[in-house]
Design a protein around this ligand. Structure first.
Ligand code: BGC
Length: 748
């Protein structure tokens, strides 16, 4: 055996060992607190309602001041402890102490790993439960329709199917810990601009109107909410905006009609904070609890309305039943922890957070295998950019980009002030000590002169240059552009004009325009580091040095021109969703626009091959590889009626092989082409699985198409309908047609 080959084998062996060492096997255990079915919970709620006075019931329909961001009054007479609602979708927020800032929604989505979706949910749920919080105000599943939307980082990207899978496993992970999940913001809350207009007092204002057709709302924006309901979510938060001219929290069509009617949602509708604009009309349209309360809408004012006969007591009873049912569903009446928002219950959540952080990084460019870095041969490093280190004002300001620093999450109510946050620079410096790396850094991004001068350092002529850039956004305002913060793009250009081995790390809330530098030949590596949570530094160094092989995939398209997206924030009070179902890759496909990077794209340090595609009808008991995917869908708190749509229709199997030299993962993506009758985009995502393989290892992958997956929303008969004709199945590694690995079809 030649010396080179022996060296390669040793490197590969070391790589595999470290790679698997950071996957904690204990994380495979799924402790659950699930105690009751919806039917049992509703029966218990009804029996409590029967013991309450009209005044007590009405009081519970509006929040009161208290320790949490939302509070429902206790009624000790019936042994009801009251309810605490607390942000956020990515950890316990609203400024509590001792809290883990988890990788944000946009980042977990980029892992494309259902197992991690669920485990992150479990980790988040444990902290809410341990602090005695009853409802977590998440997951957030508004679609990334507008690249500049300030809240994209809280959600799961631009695709409804991917968002739906994320929402599903989040809900089950959190609720398995006994905490009610709140699916938000229902519905079409895809921009911050004009979320309040017309009055300085938000509760007297209106929200912009999202105007869209029936097919679009069902196939794109409702999809993840439907998945949340199917997963058993106890609560849904209605949003600030109007939908087709009616406020979302008093919209009879979307609340009573679609959510409670069509989806058979048995839980409660809670208003976003200040999203209730009327009392009676909202209650009649389907709103069950008004948050944060104190505005005179709902609450005690309903007592008179019942006496006047303008609302029935039966509807009040329904509201309280819906508020209490999730509490009984998850056994919160039985020894739930007392409320202490600052209680230290972070446990070992850093492990799952680090794993999600690493798994969500997307390797976009890797010229001649510039990455991973090799501590033996690559000894010299320049590190540039404020986003490499800590913000000037510590973690509290981590929620407000202008202070620079590595971003763990974006800003607003979704931001969790972390107990700690580990920046990349600190970990690189520590690695420098362990591996004898010579490191120079400049984090003052305003001083381009110092950056220019830095390149003359003795001995550094073949140094690698790591440039950290970021893009921040927050609830309450949309981004003004899609550029990196604080001249980050110019910083990359400057570094690349001096350094032939420039590697860019993009710490961004959502889409960024990277055209200023992506094609520069000296930019030899690009890692999209997203919003990776408090373990950022550890996770990124694992990936840079190959201790973890990146396998994340983009959850939105990265366009060459901002106008290529075809959708944007509306500057008026109307946001017209005229693109219909042609959003993101569906739009790029329709108009043949070539993006910079396709939805679903991401590289690896290894290579894969695909073979043996087979499609079979999924008859009863025939499913060969049902996996956790099916089992979890069968939880007792899943609404059975709603979950019929999720029955398997077809099973698609194929073999995936790791043909490279190191452990790694690939995410085969199933894109489906519909018969013409369905009037669908050229292709839509309908399946994926992240598969981890050792070198030369093969696995049979099974993807299940459900009844709903092969249906379109039929606006005439108001049903999900299976089209007749030919369906094409593409197994691909991104939405780029050039990445299709296997193709077949079935006929219905
Ligand atoms: C946000 C919600 C949040 C609520 C409570 C609102 O401004 O839109 O997402 O849960 O505040 O903080």
């Amino acid at each position: 055996m030649g010396r080179n080959r022996l060296f390669l084998i040793i490197v590969a062996a070391c790589f595999s060992a470290t790679f698997s060492a950071i996957i904690d096997s204990k994380l495979n255990e799924y402790p659950k607190v699930q105690r009751r079915t919806w039917d049992q919970a509703i029966a218990m709620a009804k029996s409590t309602v029967a013991q309450l006075t009209l005044e007590e019931k009405c009081n519970m329909t509006a929040g009161i001041g208290g320790p949490c961001v939302g509070n429902v009054l206790p009624v000790s007479r019936v042994n009801f402890s009251g309810l605490c609602f607390q942000d956020s979708p990515s950890g316990v927020g609203d400024g509590v102490l001792h809290s883990t800032a988890f990788a944000a929604g946009i980042h977990i989505a980029a892992t494309w790993d259902r197992d991690l979706f669920y485990k992150r949910g479990v980790g988040i749920g444990k902290e809410f439960q341990g602090k005695g919080v009853h409802f977590a105000l998440g997951p957030m599943m508004n679609i990334d329709r507008n690249a500049r939307h300030g809240r994209n980082w809280e959600g799961f990207g631009s695709d409804p199917y991917l968002s739906g899978e994320n929402a599903f496993y989040y809900v089950q992970g959190v609720q398995d810990q006994g905490v009610v999940a709140t699916a938000k913001h229902y519905i079409c809350n895809e921009q911050e601009t004009h979320r309040f207009y017309g009055a300085s007092d938000p509760s007297n204002s209106k929200g912009y109107s999202a105007n869209l057709d029936d097919k679009t709302i069902h196939e794109i924006y409702l999809w993840p909410f439907a998945s949340s309901v199917a997963a058993g979510a106890g609560s849904v938060m209605c949003s600030y905006n109007q939908v087709n001219g009616t406020q979302a929290c008093q919209n009879d069509k979307t609340l009573n009609g679609i959510l409670k009617g069509e989806l058979e949602f048995p839980g409660n509708v809670m208003s976003d904070w200040g999203a209730t604009k009327t009392g009676l009309e909202s209650a009649l349209a389907g709103l069950d609890v008004n948050m944060p309360g104190g505005d005179g809408f709902l609450g005690f004012s309903l007592v008179q309305a019942v006496k006047d006969g303008t609302i029935t007591e039966a509807r009040i009873n329904d509201m309280i039943t819906r508020i209490l049912a999730p509490y009984y569903l998850l056994g919160q009446d039985q020894g739930y922890p007392s409320l202490d928002l600052d209680r230290d219950v972070i446990g070992d959540n850093y492990k799952i957070n680090r794993q999600v952080g690493a798994a969500g990084f997307v390797l976009l460019k890797n010229t001649n295998n510039a990455l991973p870095l090799n501590v033996t041969t690559d000894n010299y490093y320049y590190i540039y950019g404020a986003a490499a280190g800590q913000s000037d004002e510590g973690f509290e300001s981590g929620g407000s980009g202008e202070h620079g620093g590595a971003l763990y999450q974006g800003g607003g109510s979704g931001f969790v002030e972390p107990t700690y946050g580990i920046d990349p620079l600190s970990v690189l410096v520590a690695k420098g000590r362990d591996s004898h790396l010579q490191i120079r850094y400049i984090t003052n991004q305003n001083d381009f002169g110092a950056v220019t001068n830095s390149f003359n350092a003795r001995g550094f002529s073949s140094a690698k240059c790591l440039v950290f850039i970021s893009a921040f956004s927050s609830e309450g305002s949309d981004r003004s552009d899609l550029n990196a913060l604080n001249k980050g793009d110019q910083l990359v250009q400057l570094v690349a004009s001096h350094c032939t081995k420039t590697i860019v790390i993009v710490n961004s809330v959502s889409q960024l325009n990277i055209e200023a530098w992506i094609d520069l030949p000296n930019v030899v590596g690009v890692i999209w580091s997203g919003m990776p949570g408090a373990e950022y530094g550890k996770a990124i160094v694992d990936v840079l040095f190959g201790d973890y092989n990146p396998g994340g995939k983009l959850v939105f398209t990265l366009a060459r021109n901002n106008s290529d997206y075809g959708t944007d924030i509306s500057p008026t009070y109307d946001s017209n969703y005229t693109e219909g179902v042609f959003l993101d890759y569906r739009h790029f496909d329709k108009y043949n626009i070539v993006p910079r990077y396709h939805f679903g794209y991401g590289l690896s340090y290894t290579t894969f091959s695909f073979s043996q595609l087979d499609i079979s009808k999924a008859g009863k008991g025939k499913l060969s590889a049902s996996s956790q995917y099916r089992q979890r869908r069968m939880r007792s708190y899943t609404s059975l009626a709603a979950s019929k749509a999720y029955e398997p229709a077809y099973e698609i199997t194929f073999t995936l092989t790791n043909t490279g030299k190191v452990d790694g993962s690939e995410v085969p993506q199933l894109y489906l082409g519909f018969p013409a009758e369905a009037e669908e985009p050229p292709k839509v995502l309908r399946g994926f699985e992240r598969v981890y393989l050792a070198p030369n290892e093969s696995k049979q992958v099974s993807l299940v198409l459900t009844q709903k997956d092969i249906s379109y929303w039929n606006v005439v008969n108001q049903k999900w309908t299976i089209a007749s004709g030919n369906y094409t199945v593409w197994i691909s590694t991104s939405a780029d047609n050039a990445d299709v690995k296997l193709q077949s079809s079935f006929h219905i």
